[in-house]
Design a protein around this ligand. Structure first.
Ligand code: HEM
Length: 423
């Protein structure tokens, strides 16, 4: 079946159900079905268009004329979303009001422009030393163990700490900052009841208080320096500067978008390395392929279930389907990244394939602002792992793998066992 304007192509749970355990364990059969007949299709229960074709998902990500990331543009957006009286607003409300995902498009462009120097090569080079130190510590703690569980001993330990080091959070506040990462992700899960959401939102407040104090400290400095926060405090647009909540909200966005996603980069990279001995040999021979190795781990490993949604600003056509104003549209990264039209033989792990035009870190105005940090930490981790455990293998050849079946967005590996073979 192909899409035509004359008939709406629809999906139901029998074809794609992101909560289905079989899909979480192995999403490829679902993707094969989607690519064969549902490049753009409406899912009734999930009330969203799913765009599984790589070409169309990439186009949707860039299409700012018809699609917006702001939930206010959804036909079912809660009334007066985020519009409480000033005196009733909590830190969470203020963060959300200034967020990359809620501000109007012109403000988003300005915020990204002002924030760019904080993600520059110079800042990243300084950060690399701190991340290397962090990765070494993670492996020092593993020491000479016979077995490693990659999620709890590697994947979960690096990402939020890496962001803390990028932002320049003082060591004594790192625990509060990392708590903020997990509670923010929790507070944004759609699977919570209102009471659970309120409790999760309350848990993020100490993190915001700590960030407010830190930003105030940087503002008071004569020379806030060229690090991440220093760049943000100094960023200037004519006479205008970023406000405290612009900065706090940006740091929070970086935490939410960067900590949870990078966990999977580590586990998927390790699974790919140990599950493909010939690719491991190639990587050893050609370390310059490290970046391609990480991209291929993210592509073929399918870390996500769906992704951030968009909302239609007007009626328009996509892939032969009529999208109505206000409807939800999901550029379905995971499916798009294994579209055989873009990646021949997509289930094969092959770091030598072309990743040109990939959307692994998005595309268009919301392209991943932290992709360099993700790549730096991934490369440092994999190099250190290969140096310390050159003969490692997956336990039972599979790593005795298990998943979090309740994560709202990630196909999160929560168990991956590795035999180190060092004794
Ligand atoms: C392997 C790890 C990562 C992956 C796969 C990833 C992927 C993505 C993708 C696909 C988007 C675009 C979302 C959309 O437009 O629908 C995005 C946006 C974003 N990412 Fe990442 N990301 C990763 C790591 C990071 C890190 C480490 C940071 C921060 C240091 C970060 C910060 C962000 C931010 C702030 C945005 C939103 C940008 C905006 O809306 O303007 N990400 N990421």
């Amino acid at each position: 079946m192909t899409a035509t304007l004359s008939g709406r192509v629809t999906l139901d749970d029998s074809i794609f159900n992101p909560e289905d355990h079989a899909f979480i364990r192995d999403p490829y059969p679902t993707f094969r079905r989607l690519h064969a007949g549902y490049p753009v299709a409406w899912h009734d229960r999930l009330q969203a268009w799913f765009v599984s074709s790589h070409e169309l998902a990439a186009a949707a990500l860039r299409d700012t004329e018809h699609l917006s990331i702001r939930i206010d543009d959804w036909e079912y957006a809660p009334p007066n979303y985020g519009q409480k009286a000033e005196s009733e607003k909590t830190g969470f409300d203020r963060m959300w009001e200034h967020s990359l995902w809620t501000i109007p498009r012109d403000k988003h462009i300005r915020l990204r422009r002002l924030a760019m120097p904080a993600f520059s090569r110079t800042v990243m080079e300084k950060i690399e030393v701190r991340i290397k130190d962090l990765v070494n510590k993670v492996f020092d703690d593993i020491g000479q163990a016979d077995e490693i569980e990659a999620y709890s001993q590697i994947g979960r330990l690096i990402p939020a700490a890496a962001i803390a080091r990028m932002v320049g959070i003082p060591r004594e506040n790192e625990a509060v900052f990392e708590g903020l990462a997990w509670h923010m992700a929790e507070a944004q899960s759609p699977n919570l009841s209102q009471a659970e959401r309120d409790a999760a939102m309350a848990r993020v407040l100490p993190g915001f208080e700590m960030l407010e104090a830190l930003v105030r400290e940087y503002r008071a400095m004569k020379d806030p320096g060229d690090g991440f926060l220093g760049q943000l405090v100094k960023a200037q647009d004519g006479d205008a500067r970023l406000s405290d909540w612009d900065i706090i909200s940006l740091v929070s966005a970086v935490l939410v978008a960067g900590a949870d996603t990078s966990i999977d980069l580590h586990t998927l990279a390790l699974r790919a390395l140990l599950g493909n001995p010939e690719q491991k040999a190639l990587l050893r021979e050609k370390p310059e392929l490290g970046d391609a190795f990480l991209l291929e781990s993210l592509r073929q490993g399918v870390p996500g279930k769906s992704g951030l949604h968009r909302y239609a600003l007007s009626d328009f056509e996509l892939g032969g389907q009529r999208i109505r104003k206000g409807q939800r549209v999901c550029p379905f990264y995971s499916a798009a990244n294994v579209d055989p039209q873009q990646y021949p033989d997509p289930e094969r792990f092959d770091m030598s394939r072309s990743h040109e035009g990939n959307i692994l870190f998005g595309a268009g105005p919301h392209f991943c602002i932290g992709n360099m940090l993700a790549r730096v930490q991934g490369l440092l981790m994999i190099r250190e792992f290969m140096a310390r455990f050159p003969d490692a293998e997956l336990v039972d050849g599979t790593g005795d793998i298990d998943y979090d079946y309740h994560h709202h967005n990630a196909r999160r590996i929560t168990r991956l066992r590795i035999k180190t073979n060092i004794h």
